[in-house]
Design a protein around this ligand. Structure first.
Ligand code: MTE
Ligand code: MO
Length: 430
């Protein structure tokens, strides 16, 4: 792609982001979906240039002069705070892992719609800000408060519902839950929530709301799309194709115990984390899981950060498989095979790296019909469509969702559109 077409395709914010990021796997460049490459698991602190980005809407452009934070709802006295007000409060610094609930979705079989993340929608950063509890104490939370709502300055494209999220009052009052203004020693970059975001240590990224402008204390559950429909999990493995009752689904909260291999040579190395618990040990197996040996932890240990690890081993010539697994201080470890859930959340099966990878069969290129470009490119680029592997029924549901969000789907060309999507991005057994 030459520079002119690049300029024409990307929004200003995305351009600015591309300048800041390096070697990322690009899932979507409008609603930014950027994945860290595997080499990033060698770093104890993930630099901004490698830190993944997951935004449901476009990145807002915010001027600090006009920015303010409203804190209201089920409180004694609502307040409006400026950045100077927040910076006058007691600062707190913390290293913590931020992992998207959908990290690893691309490995689920059968596949489901959603960004097809592999390992890299996770990173470990040093956050600095104030305790959310200290801000809430200033407004005085009334008895009966149940949840705390965060609203960001980002606005949806089309009629997609707004990204607004709540956390239970207990998590909000936890001294480790922060409102952060710095990441790795500098102000939050635009894509990571400038000027203020939630840090919910041990919990999946959907609770880490970016660009916060409004905090509202609620005395009941919030009914918004991203709480009642998105980011819900049955809390156990499911049989694919068996419908789940909505009342069986709960919001995604704590992240799993997990380890990822960054590279094999000259040593086996990687990172491991455990959500609300700490990593106890990391082990490596080079005999397909028959025996396991402890890896050496090579980074500081903090309550919510990841650790990096190394294991001395010379690969033999020919075929080999290396596996790594973490154990946490609760005694939990990772499964050899992943149980399935409808949205593809919380993948934590043992990571395996083999020396010989079979070539993946490529679907033959099919010329896209005009109706495809006219209907499906605009709100976003082709990125989120290209990596899906969906059956016709799944595509029909997905196209229906896009239509409700404003895609101009016409009855007379819908079949042509579905034929293309299914033949080009259809379900394929891996
Ligand atoms: N306002 C707002 N906050 C948001 C999001 C969003 O789309 N809008 N995405 C959430 C999700 S799903 C994740 S995984 C994290 C990603 O944070 P990062 O982009 O800084 O890596 O931000 C969360 N906060
Ligand atoms: Mo996420």
């Amino acid at each position: 792609m030459n520079r002119r077409t690049l300029l024409a395709t990307l929004s200003g914010a995305a351009l600015q982001l591309q300048a800041q990021k390096r070697d990322m796997i690009i899932h979507n460049s409008r609603q930014e979906g950027y994945e860290m490459p595997l080499a990033g698991f060698k770093d104890y602190i993930t630099p901004v240039e490698h830190f993944f980005v997951r935004s449901h809407h476009l990145t807002p452009k915010i001027e600090l002069d006009s920015w303010k934070l409203e804190v209201k709802g089920h409180v004694d006295g609502a307040l409006t705070l400026s950045m100077a007000d927040l910076k006058a409060m007691k600062p707190v610094e913390m290293v913590a892992v931020l992992e998207c609930a959908g990290n690893g979705r691309g490995f689920y079989e059968p596949s489901m719609p959603g960004l097809q993340w592999e390992h890299g929608s996770v990173g470990n950063a040093r956050w600095r800000g104030v305790r959310l509890a200290d801000v809430l104490k200033r407004v005085g939370v009334k008895p009966g408060a149940k949840h705390v709502l965060f609203d960001g300055a980002d606005v949806p494209v089309g009629t997609q519902p707004e990204f607004q999220r709540t956390i239970p009052i207990e998590k909000a009052m936890d001294p480790n839950t922060l409102l952060a203004f710095d990441m790795n020693g500098a102000a939050l970059p635009a894509s990571h929530g400038f000027p203020l975001r939630v840090i919910a240590p041990g919990w999946a990224g959907d609770s880490w709301v970016k660009w916060v402008t409004r905090i509202e204390v609620l005395d009941k559950e919030f009914e918004g799309f991203f709480m009642k429909t998105g980011y819900r999990h049955p809390g156990k493995g499911m049989q694919p194709g068996v419908p789940v009752k909505p009342e069986e689904m709960k919001p995604v909260e704590a992240i799993q115990v997990k380890s990822v291999i960054a590279s094999i040579g000259p040593k086996v190395s990687g990172a491991a984390w455990a959500g609300e618990k700490a990593v106890a040990t990391v082990e490596v197996s080079v005999d397909r899981g028959r025996s396991w040996k402890a890896a050496k932890i090579t980074s500081p240990r903090t309550p919510f950060g990841w650790v990096t690890w190394e294991f001395d081993w010379q690969p033999p010539s020919g075929y080999y498989v290396v596996m790594a697994r973490a154990h946490d201080t609760w005694g939990r470890t990772q499964p050899m095979a992943q149980e399935w859930n409808p949205s593809g959340y919380q993948w934590n099966a043992i990571h395996q790296v083999a020396s010989v990878t079979a070539p993946v069969a490529q679907a033959p290129a099919i010329e896209p019909p005009a109706v495809y470009k006219a209907t499906c490119v605009g709100c976003h680029d082709e990125g989120p469509v290209r990596k899906q592997r969906l059956s016709r029924a799944q595509w029909e549901a997905e196209v229906g969702k896009m239509q409700r969000w404003g895609a101009p789907v016409k009855p007379e060309t819908k079949d042509e559109l579905l034929n293309y999507l299914t033949s080009r991005f259809g379900y394929r057994h891996r």
